[in-house]
Design a protein around this ligand. Structure first.
Ligand code: HEM
Length: 529
């Protein structure tokens, strides 16, 4: 006691002689030091053996947010080496448990509905952008029905009509875009691919009438909707900030454009369109209710937004990768000449299957650059991790990162090398055990119907760029058709290389929710004659 008084007395005396600003500074510094010390002691002294190991961090709340946010794959890799496949870190004050590898993917993505929940995590971000009563603003059973409506519209017959639409959009874009005028030039490829993606997707999925409006006002409105997807909105989605006001205005305006279009179609007695909107207008829920117009409008927004970021990031990566490997771009051109004919006739849906390297480009690019690096779920009841003593409590969030197994040397020799040819049989870099849907013996793979058709559980696959389980992507086939057609058309039109002629590839921008190439991602292009 006497000692404490001896030390504390003079300290307090000294403190009282400071000015107000200095007092506030000293108090804050003391508070931070105490918080750091307590936080460190808690981690060292109170380890819970029934929970996965915690990634060491100095500051409470901030935890590992910054190291994770700067480079999530690097963060996963380093901590997997230290702690194994299952570990916990603090993300914005929340205990977030990562479980990587095929077992981790299965544990999280095929988790039971009573155990894991996606909508609780995503709704704050998605509902203001998509609108009410769809996707994560409704019970999961309703989402499963909505996914079924949308998936059923994505038929082979529909894809057959999409390929010429996508081809035309790409060729006419190249013709009219000033950055592609002349015989050669340098272009920041990301904004170009973003535009090509929205023009091709809106035209194919939503029809010509909606596509035409993208040249006028829809592009700006979708841009404003997009701003609602910035990570900061996980916390500030409700705030009356300028970008949120623009988001809300854009949501109402875009939804009205779709609803007006539906009304016009009805007034004209049109019901022969083959697009998604018409299909949804003819859909009925299991309980006999026809899908209301506002839900159709909101699903149309959701479909376009869900695909936009992933497809546009992937197509940008494809172009950056081709620029770093002109040899592959030449091989793609040769593949088209060999398999489709010297005169390169207009592309058809059936042609895509004749271009295995073109298909492998998309596959390999998604292996290294899956746009969704972290898939999150809220934990609804304590979840024992099989084969361990861990039980994940309900105050944790689960995080699946299928990209980790996709870049694991256990499955993919020289995992960080972009080598599309590895997807061809007997290539020296062929994946050792890749069991994705195309290559699996039907009877061998466990399939499941979550309410939107049979899907493989993906439990054994280290390669899941489209996710797995009840929230698995329904846009996979559309994305493949879209990306393969865009790639084939670009290959016909151009030769690419890096501006400095090197084989370097630009770094990844993780600042938004979907990872994509850092900008400017400049590419040197030269027109083929
Ligand atoms: C879900 C990836 C393109 C529509 C997902 C998920 C992934 C994914 C990983 C699962 C998310 C989760 O479990 O939380 C991709 C990639 C794409 C792509 C890599 C392109 C390269 C598309 C396209 C569409 C689309 C073009 C629409 C036509 C959806 C929808 C869901 C989904 C509706 C369901 C969300 C849910 O059930 O919670 N996608 N996607 N995606 N995707 Fe895609």
């Amino acid at each position: 006691m006497g000692f404490l008084q001896d030390v504390a007395g003079p300290l307090l005396e000294g403190f009282s002689t400071l000015g107000l600003a200095s007092q506030v500074g000293v108090a804050t510094a003391t508070f931070v030091v105490v918080a750091v010390v307590l936080n460190v002691l808690k981690q060292v002294l109170f380890k819970n053996p029934n929970e996965p190991p915690m990634v060491f961090h100095w500051f409470p709340i901030i935890g590992s947010t910054i190291t994770y946010g700067m480079d999530p794959p690097k963060f996963f890799d380093e901590n997997r080496k230290k702690h194994g496949e299952c570990f916990t870190f603090i993300l914005l004050g929340k205990k977030t448990t990562v479980y990587v590898g095929p077992e981790g993917n299965n544990f999280i993505l095929n988790g039971k509905i009573r155990d894991v929940n996606a909508e609780e995590i995503y709704t704050v971000l998605t509902t203001p952008v998509f609108g009410k009563d769809v996707v994560y603003d409704c019970p999961n059973a309703k989402l499963m029905e909505q996914k079924k409506f949308m998936k059923v519209a994505l038929t082979t017959e529909a894809f057959r009509s999409y390929v010429p639409i996508i081809s035309d959009e790409v060729t006419s874009y190249i013709k009219r875009t000033p950055d592609f005028k002349g015989q050669s030039g340098v272009v920041n490829i990301c904004p170009k691919m973003a535009q090509i993606t929205i023009f091709t997707a809106s035209h194919a999925l939503q029809g010509k009438e909606i596509r035409d409006q993208f040249d006028e006002k829809l592009a700006d409105l979708y841009h404003d909707l997009d701003m609602g997807f910035s990570p900061i909105n996980f916390m500030l989605h409700w705030a009356p900030l300028p970008w949120n006001n623009r988001r809300d205005h854009a949501q109402r305006t875009v939804a009205k454009i779709y609803m007006d279009t539906m009304n016009r179609r009805r007034a004209r007695g049109e019901d022969n369109q083959k697009d998604m909107m018409q299909h949804l207008m003819n859909s009925t829920y299991k309980n006999g209710t026809k899908v209301p117009d506002h839900e159709i409008a909101h699903m149309m927004i959701a479909l376009l937004m869900a695909g936009q970021h992933s497809s546009s990031s992937t197509s940008s990566w494809i172009m950056c990768r081709l620029a770093s490997r002109p040899d592959v771009m030449e091989a793609l051109y040769q593949e088209q000449i060999d398999n489709l004919g010297k005169d390169l006739p207009p592309l058809k849906y059936e042609d895509l299957a004749k271009l295995p390297l073109n298909q492998a480009i998309v596959k390999e690019t998604l292996r290294l650059h899956a746009p969704i690096h972290s898939i999150m779920r809220a934990v609804k009841s304590p979840m024992p991790v099989p084969g361990t003593k861990y039980v994940i409590p309900t105050d944790h969030v689960l995080l699946a990162a299928p990209g980790v197994s996709a870049t694991d040397s256990q499955y993919f020799p020289e995992p960080h090398k972009w080598e599309p040819a590895r997807w061809q049989k007997d290539h020296p870099l062929a994946p050792s055990i890749v069991r994705n849907e195309d290559e699996i013996n039907e009877e061998e793979e466990e399939k499941i119907d979550y309410g939107y058709g049979l899907v493989s559980k993906g439990s054994a696959s280290p390669y899941l760029p489209f996710g797995a389980g009840r929230h698995r992507c329904i846009g996979e086939h559309f994305a493949n058709v879209q990306l393969q057609t865009i790639t084939a058309e670009i290959v016909r039109a151009f030769k690419f290389r890096n501006v400095d002629g090197s084989d370097k590839v630009i770094g990844t921008d993780y600042a938004s929710l979907f990872s994509r190439p850092l900008e400017p991602a400049n590419i040197y292009w030269e027109r083929r004659n």
